[in-house]
Design a protein around this ligand. Structure first.
Ligand SMILES: C[S@@+](CC[C@H](N)C(=O)[O-])C[C@H]1O[C@@H](n2cnc3c(N)ncnc32)[C@H](O)[C@@H]1O
Length: 113
């Protein structure tokens, strides 16, 4: 993300009155994801480099809390890029999943208790 976008995001957090509860982390996801607290995230929204999702999946899987929700954007618009990974993840008994045909296609995964 560019410095301008980071500044815009921070301004939006401020306008929403949420600056004190949001920590913005800037950097490569592959460097940041393994350092975050496992089981501590109730919501993860994935909308970045789709080719990296398979290698990021073990970290993301571990970060989600019980009943945590993962939302994957572009699950219909770029299905051809995601289908191998989606097929693999859909077989994971630790999650329930639903493909929502809104926008560009949102794939929802909820971590089972
Ligand atoms: C489709 S855009 C996301 C747009 C964002 N959801 C928004 O509404 O502004 C993809 C973003 O992922 C970032 N990105 C690409 N590879 C990344 C990586 N390895 N780690 C972190 N961010 C990455 C790009 O810089 C870009 O800002």
């Amino acid at each position: 993300m560019t410095p301008l976008k980071r500044t815009m995001a921070q301004a939006n957090f401020h306008r929403a009155g949420l600056e004190s509860v949001i920590i913005q982390l800037a950097g490569k996801a592959e460097a940041i994801l393994p350092c975050l607290a496992k089981g501590a995230f109730d919501l993860v929204f994935l909308d970045t480099d789709r080719s990296q999702y398979p290698s990021w999946w073990p970290s993301i899987r571990a970060l989600l809390s019980t009943r945590g929700l993962l939302v994957v954007d572009n699950a219909i618009s770029h299905h051809h890029e995601l289908e191998d990974w989606m097929t693999e993840v859909a077989q994971d008994p630790g999650f329930q999943q639903l493909l929502l045909p809104i926008g560009k296609g949102e794939w929802l995964l909820v971590k089972n208790p």
